[in-house]
Design a protein around this ligand. Structure first.
Ligand SMILES: Nc1ncnc2c1ncn2[C@@H]1O[C@H](COP(=O)(O)OP(=O)(O)OP(=O)(O)O)[C@@H](O)[C@H]1O
Length: 340
């Protein structure tokens, strides 16, 4: 289990992770989704006990990352974005070496167990530099698993892999999710939707949404356009639907009506159904037009940057107002000085 509460990281004056809170549950893959520079790696480094938080708290596998970072490291397997592999070692040799650093017994047996888990046992004797990028990534994953950790933290593990290797690695991550707490960062939205049970979206160091992919989808669907189909070609329905509270626009498309809800208004779907039934027309279908996480992500990050821009504009206005307020006083004092 990972429990993050108001976690913050600052480098000098710059806040790169800003007061974030979320949990990742055992037996689930939690996706940590955000564009480049959002703060994913910084957060993951704090959760692995490698980088102390500036403020806030994180408990990983029952231990505080700040106060008990060594205990955390014993219970966490970390796959960094760039895995530091010794290219001239064999896969097995490298894993035995990692097992030795971690002070494990039966190192060869443990190395072979994790190689088997990641599907690489038949390449145990191959030098790492002769392995494909996807295989190297799996060696990295095996190293993260060597001490049988409860929690796995994987930083963009599919980056740079070909589509086939991506599929293989995603399958492996999902499988590992069954008996571990997995936190999996990605900037690819469809990947989060496919692999993760829960998604935490981070942008500019702040969490802007979290929930299951389907919860996030239904959240956006509330504002999504709605397809309405009725029996027969009832042109009169256009005006009926347009008159419903919360409807901004109606057009005739896709063999029915496409309804655009008014922003900020209540969901118009119940009203649409009621109006059609009251008009004595048979209703065939009312459904939101498909949206995917891609839309949600773009919409949420757009809203976040809009509100930031608004905030900056407000601050600028306040500054201007303060300057204007001070201006006459300054002039006045200059005038007074001149008179004197
Ligand atoms: N040691 C550091 N000193 C100063 N700034 C840093 C440091 N490490 C990271 N940052 C800054 O923190 C911000 C977040 O970086 P981070 O690597 O956590 O993002 P990310 O979401 O993992 O992005 P990416 O996918 O590009 O790695 C960036 O603006 C980065 O430049």
């Amino acid at each position: 289990m990972i429990e993050v509460e108001n976690l913050t990281k600052r480098y000098g004056d710059v806040t790169v992770v800003n007061n974030i809170s979320f949990t990742a549950e055992p037996g689930q893959v939690t996706g940590f989704l955000g564009p480049n520079g959002a703060g994913k790696t910084t957060t993951m480094r704090m959760l692995t006990g490698f980088s102390p938080p500036t403020a806030g708290k994180a408990v990983v596998a029952g231990h505080d990352v700040f106060q008990e970072s060594l205990e955390v490291r014993k219970r966490v397997g970390y796959l960094p974005e760039n895995v530091p592999l010794y290219r001239d070692m064999s896969a097995r040799g490298y894993l035995m070496y990692i097992a030795e650093i971690r002070g494990l017994a039966k190192r060869r047996q443990r190395a072979d167990e994790v190689l088997d888990r990641v599907g690489l046992l038949q390449r145990a004797n191959s030098r790492i530099r002769t392995l494909s990028k996807g295989m190297k990534q799996r060696v990295g994953l095996a190293a993260a698993l060597i001490h049988n950790p409860d929690v796995l933290i994987l930083d963009e593990p599919t980056i740079g892999l070909d589509p086939f290797q991506v599929l293989e690695l995603r399958g492996l991550v999902q499988e590992l999710g069954r008996d571990h707490t997995v936190l999996f960062s990605t900037h690819i939205l469809s990947e989060a939707e496919r692999v993760c049970d829960k998604v935490v979206i981070i942008n500019q160091g702040q969490i802007i949404a979290q929930g299951s992919p389907s919860e996030l989808r239904s959240r956006l669907e509330r504002g999504a356009r709605v397809l309405v189909r009725v029996e027969g070609d009832s042109a009169a329905m256009l005006d009926t639907i347009r008159a419903v509270d919360g409807v901004s626009n109606v057009s005739r498309e896709l063999g029915g009506f496409i309804v655009t809800p008014r922003t900020g208004a209540p969901d118009p779907r119940a009203g649409i159904v009621e109006a059609i039934v009251a008009a004595g027309v048979n209703l065939l279908e009312v459904r939101p037009l498909a949206v995917d996480l891609e839309d949600i992500f773009i919409e949420l990050t757009r809203q976040a940057s809009l509100s930031e821009a608004r905030h900056a504009a407000e601050q600028q206005e306040a500054l201007k107002a303060a300057l204007r307020e001070n201006q006459p006083k300054e002039n006045q004092s200059h005038e007074e000085e001149a008179q004197a």
